[in-house]
Write a protein that binds this ligand. Structure first.
Ligand code: 13P
Length: 340
């Protein structure tokens, strides 16, 4: 696929203030989340929960893309349509998480490297045939006063670029997601420093491996204070620090940048997103690609019971409305609280 075609797909996903739902939890991750609300995790419960999300009224007003996990791609919705076809029909582009997870990096305690490159060309060919239009690869960077090491940054950046080159070769837009983890007691200065190093190294690797920046989306953490730290920066500081790091590292050729919620409280993630949007136009489209901040609430309302589906869909629609408002810089704490 040509670079302009990839660029058009990337822009289509984020057109008109829309964002991305990350419904691509691996079986291990979704199992933890389902069990936390008392639901046994089976192929069927996972299918029912994801069906509930994708068939919620008006999702297409707020979502330009949904990231799926391999299992979901091969499942039918409850109405018998394939999940991928269902999303296409609603005008929401389906994407696919292709990494095999962040694994311990040998010789580097507490650091991770993302696996999944072997056989990826063949997997991409199949995903393209199945109608998937974009992909995601997440790498995980541990942040402390002494981590990450230069080695962990470099290896993860090279992996991102190898994946992105293969995605583009197959005609899928790669979402490049190097997540600097905001757990820990580090302050916002350290978050900014590491996020900048990681994004800079990632973009450098993309260039070295001839990835077309016009056909890439970057997914990143917001620059926040470490969650365990004593001082927590407010939304204005988060917005300024986040945008400063992005402007230093992400070329204007990249069509869009999306934020993960990263375990922030729903309200916090949206307060920060709203403050970022209020800073006005940026060189790239800026939007959201949340998993937890969109799904936690509907999942707990549903709790595995058919009779709760309508209420869970209302809760999801409400999460989408307030997140959409934050993405336009029109969010208010009162509306957020009314929605939770
Ligand atoms: P969270 O919004 O829950 O951080 O998830 C986003 C995501 O896709 C992480 O890979």
């Amino acid at each position: 696929m040509t670079t302009p075609a990839l660029q058009e797909t990337a822009r289509e996903i984020l057109a008109d203030g829309k964002g991305i739902l990350a419904a691509d939890e691996s079986t291990g991750t979704i199992t933890k989340r389902l069990e936390a609300v008392g639901v046994e995790s089976t192929e069927e419960t996972r299918r029912r929960f994801r069906d509930l999300l994708f068939t919620t009224k008006d999702v297409e007003q707020h979502l330009g893309g949904v990231i799926l996990y391999d299992e979901t791609v091969r499942q039918d919705a409850l109405d018998g349509t394939g999940m991928v076809a269902l999303l296409h029909r609603r005008g929401v582009l389906p994407g696919i998480k292709v990494d095999a997870g962040a694994k311990d990096l040998a010789g580097f305690p507490d650091e991770k490297v993302t696996e999944g490159l072997d056989g990826l060309r063949e997997r991409f060919a199949e995903y393209a045939d199945l109608g998937l239009r974009f992909a995601k690869w997440r790498s995980v960077i541990t942040v402390s006063n002494t981590l990450p090491t230069a080695t962990a940054i470099a290896l993860n950046a090279e992996g991102q670029a190898r994946y992105a080159a293969l995605a583009q070769e197959a005609g899928l837009v790669p979402i490049v997601e190097p997540e600097s983890i905001m757990d820990g007691a580090h302050g916002i200065d350290r978050s900014a420093e590491v996020t900048e190093q990681v994004l800079a190294a990632t973009v450098e690797a993309l260039r070295r491996q001839r990835v077309a920046l016009e056909g890439v989306l970057v997914k990143t953490n917001m620059v926040v204070s470490g969650y365990a730290g004593a001082d927590q920066a407010g939304p204005d500081e988060v917005a300024d620090r986040t945008l400063a790091v992005l402007r230093r590292t992400i070329p204007a050729a990249v069509p869009g940048i999306v934020f993960l919620s990263g375990g922030q409280a729903d309200e916090q993630a949206n307060a920060n997103l709203d403050a970022i949007a209020r800073r006005g136009p940026q060189p790239w489209i800026v939007s959201f690609s949340y998993a937890r901040a969109l799904q936690s609430r509907p999942m707990s309302v549903w709790a595995g019971a058919d009779e709760n589906v309508a209420a869970a869909q209302d809760a999801f629609a409400e999460r989408l409305r307030v997140t959409g408002a934050a993405n336009r810089g029109e969010w208010s704490r009162d509306a957020e609280r009314a929605a939770s």
